[in-house]
Design a protein around this ligand. Structure first.
Ligand code: DGP
Length: 116
């Protein structure tokens, strides 16, 4: 399932370039264009779903594959021991700007809590 006007569907299709760091049959991971940490990678399902909540209702195994891919990215990017944060922004209050579900993998520096 793809959405013709979706930015991340276009990256999956290869219509928009991205710095891809990891790929499986169901997932793609690429560097964020506006990195907020030394390691900032986005992991997405190749199928289009707007939010994690929508994906877990339609295809929970794919959401699990996204999390597994995020873990693999943390290992390959060298932050699995120092620590990393997985973020899934959902909706306007959480600052979701691209409505194709994505997990931010952030690491390489100490991060504060609570988030801003
Ligand atoms: P969010 O605010 O949680 O929806 O995060 C969307 C992220 O997507 C944001 O950190 C910037 C990133 N982004 C937006 N457009 C592009 C793009 O064309 N390429 C890449 N690699 N990242 C993008």
């Amino acid at each position: 399932m793809t959405e013709p006007d979706c930015l991340f569907c276009k990256i999956v299709a290869g219509d928009i370039p991205a710095d891809v760091v990891h790929e499986t049959a169901a997932t793609l991971a690429f560097r964020d264009l506006q990195p907020q940490a030394p390691v900032h990678v986005l992991v997405i399902p190749k199928q289009h779903q707007p939010t994690a909540g929508a994906l877990v209702q339609t295809d929970p195994t794919v959401l699990a594959e996204v999390i597994a891919a995020a873990r693999d990215v943390a290992v390959s990017e060298g932050v699995s021991d120092s620590g990393y944060r997985l973020v899934i922004n959902t909706g306007a209050d959480a600052h979701q700007s691209v409505f194709h579900v994505h997990v931010h993998v952030l690491g390489g520096r100490a991060m504060g809590w609570p988030p801003g």
